[in-house]
Design a protein around this ligand. Structure first.
Ligand code: HEM
Length: 454
């Protein structure tokens, strides 16, 4: 880092950039916490071929970042590596006016009321998946939750019915998502045509086949002009630009793929952490199961989900915001070319904000909604996650379905370590638990005693 620039930025680790990258990649939680203890609520991390990253964990400064004008901070630029998968119109990649335009087109599709209409479908898919889970032996829940959240996106977002189209798209995107974890997939398009990069040719083939399937689907759905559907695609087909024009098939394709990439692994990993935590927290599990058995609202379930998102945010930070102009945040005047990163992980574990931050206490959120700048699993400001209501609803449905049917036990009481899967943090042993079928009462519900005894 240039010496002048370094003087303008908060202090941070001084080891060479390659080591800093290694620490952030291999032991992200420990590296962040160590730097926070040593340098305070803001520090600078330098990695090879990257702008300096300033990690922020003061809610006041995070507020300033989330509310800065769109021409000053650009989150879209930092996400460009996703372009081969999500496409150039993706709301995640855009900034300023272009971002606002795509976001406005998408917002109605993710509105709370629309989500309620999708609850029945989410419930049906969840029941089908969950009832096939094996009992009385160690089972990894994470891969099963991935299968479920993928099915939910394909049915609720793409609006696919069971049949050949669904089967083919499921196979294609499964391969694509595995592939996108390979660092090669982020190479610029030109490099991919080099003959020796055979995996890249496969990636491009997969993208082309996926695109043509989605374009076919869009064409069919436009021709059918069915206005009774509840899926996200139906809403995008009805959306209009300010000049009254429809979204192009490429725009629709890009936003559908964006929802798939942004919403599939995140929700699966967050649910996996939920079960990993609950299996080790019998008091929370029992109180939650009692509420579910009483069928008496979802106050504790909601608070439990907020607490899981606080304790184990699967995205440890909001998208990095690249400074395009000098900007003052807190006591620092940042020049252009710096990435400002709001750290959900550090804010969520700050004992001044959350006393005993490592303890799981859903009670923190009973009667107290999460704070806008102190609870950041979905980021914030004009870039806040568009799928937050979708994800929260899905998490509630899945947790309720699993805990109504099964008692869960940890195989090993030590917490699972954090594993990095692409950009998400997930439980390192796949959320391994033992499930026990719960006693049914009159065939209508499960008995709380079975869980208490477990
Ligand atoms: C537990 C699950 C999820 C978590 C933890 C999560 C988290 C996030 C975070 C941290 C961001 C960046 C926000 C920022 O930088 O301020 C984001 C953006 C986004 N998420 Fe999610 N997400 C989840 C599920 C979903 C789902 C299910 C969908 C769609 C079906 C979705 C769609 C999006 C989109 C479109 C954006 C980009 C918004 C923009 O740039 O304007 N997410 N998400």
């Amino acid at each position: 880092m240039r010496r002048n620039l370094r003087k303008q930025l908060p202090p941070g680790p001084t080891v060479p950039g390659a080591f800093q990258l290694l620490g952030v990649w291999k032991r992200p939680s420990a590296t962040l916490q160590r730097a926070r203890r040593r340098y305070g609520k803001r520090f600078t991390v330098k990695m090879p071929f990257q702008p300096p990253f300033v990690i922020l964990s003061d809610p006041e400064e995070i507020k300033e970042v989330f509310t800065a004008p769109p021409e000053v901070l650009h989150p879209g630029e930092g996400a460009r590596i996703l372009e081969p998968l999500v496409g150039r119109f993706s709301v995640i990649l855009l900034d300023e006016g272009a971002h606002l335009e795509q976001r406005k087109l998408m917002l109605p599709a993710f509105h709370g009321e629309r989500m309620t209409a999708l609850a029945g479908l989410m419930g049906e898919l969840t029941e089908r998946e969950v009832r096939s889970w094996p009992c009385d032996e160690p089972v990894q829940l994470h891969p099963r939750l991935q299968r479920l959240t993928l099915e939910v996106i394909l049915r609720a977002v793409f609006g696919l019915e069971q049949g050949q189209q669904l089967d083919e798209l499921r196979d294609l995107v499964t391969e694509l998502l595995v592939f996108s974890e390979n660092p090669l997939s982020v190479l610029p398009a030109a490099a991919r045509y080099l003959g020796w990069l055979r995996p890249m040719r496969r990636f491009d083939q997969l993208v082309r086949r996926t695109d043509s399937l989605i374009f076919e689907l869009v064409k069919e759905r436009r021709a059918a002009a069915d206005t009774d559907r509840n899926d996200i695609l139906a809403m995008l087909l009805q959306a209009r630009h300010e000049d009254g024009s429809e979204m192009s098939q490429q725009e629709i394709r890009d936003e559908l793929m964006t929802s798939l990439v942004a919403g599939h692994e995140t929700t699966a990993s967050q649910l996996a952490w939920g079960f990993e935590r609950l299996a080790r927290e019998p008091a929370v599990l029992n109180r939650l199961t009692e509420e579910i058995d009483r069928d008496d609202g979802d106050e504790y379930l909601t608070a439990t989900i907020y607490e899981v998102l606080r304790l184990r945010p699967v995205l440890p930070n909001a998208e990095p915001r690249l400074t395009k102009q000098p900007v003052t945040i807190g006591a620092f005047r940042y020049p252009a070319g710096v990435a400002l990163l709001a750290s959900a992980y550090l804010v969520h574990h700050d004992p001044e904000i959350y006393p005993e931050p490592w303890a799981m206490r859903p009670e923190r959120f009973l009667g107290t909604p999460p704070g806008t700048y102190t609870w950041l699993p979905f980021g914030g400001g004009r870039r806040r996650c568009l799928g937050a209501s979708f994800a929260l609803q899905e998490m509630k449905i899945v947790m309720r379905a699993v805990l109504s049917r099964y008692a869960i036990e940890a195989v090993d009481l030590r917490p699972e370590p954090t594993a990095r899967r692409s950009i998400t943090f997930s439980p390192g042993r796949g959320a391994t638990v033992v499930l026990r079928e719960r006693m049914q009462i009159d065939g209508t519900g499960a008995s709380a005693e079975a869980v208490v005894a477990a």
